[in-house]
Design a protein around this ligand. Sequence first.
Ligand code: ADP
Ligand code: MG
Length: 346
Amino acid sequence: MDTQTGFIIGVDTSCDDTSVAVLEERTGCVLSNIVSSQIKIHQGFGGIVPELASRSHMENIAFVFAQALESAGINIQQITRVAVTNTPGLVGCLLVGTGFARALAYQLGVPLHGVNHLEGHLFSPFITEPPLFPCLGLVVSGGHTAFYRIASFEHVTLLGQTVDDAAGEAFDKCAKMLCLGYPGGPVIDQRAGRGDQNAFPFTVARVKMGREYLSFSGLKTAAYHHIRVFGDLSEQTLNNLCASIQKGIVDALMDKAAFFFTRHRFKSFAVSGGVAMNSLLRTRSLEIADRFNVKCCIARPDYCTDNGAMIAHVAHVRQLDDQLFTLGTEATKKIQARKLACKKKQ
Ligand code: ADP
Ligand code: MG
């Protein structure tokens, strides 16, 4: 390791994962990325309980930070910048991360950067692969589903997004109806491998607002009606439903990707967010990139769900303002972070 180089700390506490990462300034190499998941805490409730999530972040953050330093093999004095998610997310959760990051930056006298969580996801495929612009970016997570045109790390335009549920939310809600627990995405993915994806038809929703929008609420209702027809579900029917639901969600995403590829010129396709872990989405993304003759970059599985590495990475690739310790109480005001969702192209 280069002893002269500085190190960026990336902190993410936006939802139900407490994560701190260490990234080497000079190379952009991620030296550690510690994630403490709260799934066990929220599982019994069938979804995230915000108050429990923020309390758990408070209990874990110092320990996760210490682990990140130890695993990277650096000491606290070697930190040269601190980056933290300050929007969007659960406010109580964001405040834990921003408060911790502010105190750390203040104590060390180093710059503090507020990072948009969505930007973290959007650029996460480029942690491991060099970017090729212009790029069609798809962020597909538990809270967001949106397509962007990435002209450069500084120029990002929203092309279209869901008008209701996010794709991850659709996976989670369908899994809940099928009594498969939380989070639903991984278990539906697993069961889908043993089911017939054409057993139940889920058509791609047409959204009145325009071809650039997506909707998943109809799929959820259709799933509900299919499930209601059966009393007790046999293992095979359950697997068939999982496979069909998964295909319905991925079809909707790929239909939109194809629409944007025909409308704009792109050289690559970058897929990120928790749902990018999905095996069918990964395969179909590679296929569609091939069809439109663009390079496909899918976030590495450990950079798909929430993590501090993607936050430190944004501070590495973009010019961000230094907040000089003021960040934290502004977590609700969306300061500094670019309002990606507002930059819709006319
Ligand atoms: P957020 O940042 O919005 O909380 P994450 O990026 O942490 O979301 O992703 C969590 C979401 O990813 C959950 O909705 C979960 O069901 C989904 N997910 C995780 N793994 C898979 C998978 N293999 N297939 C489909 N969805 C998945
Ligand atoms: Mg996320």
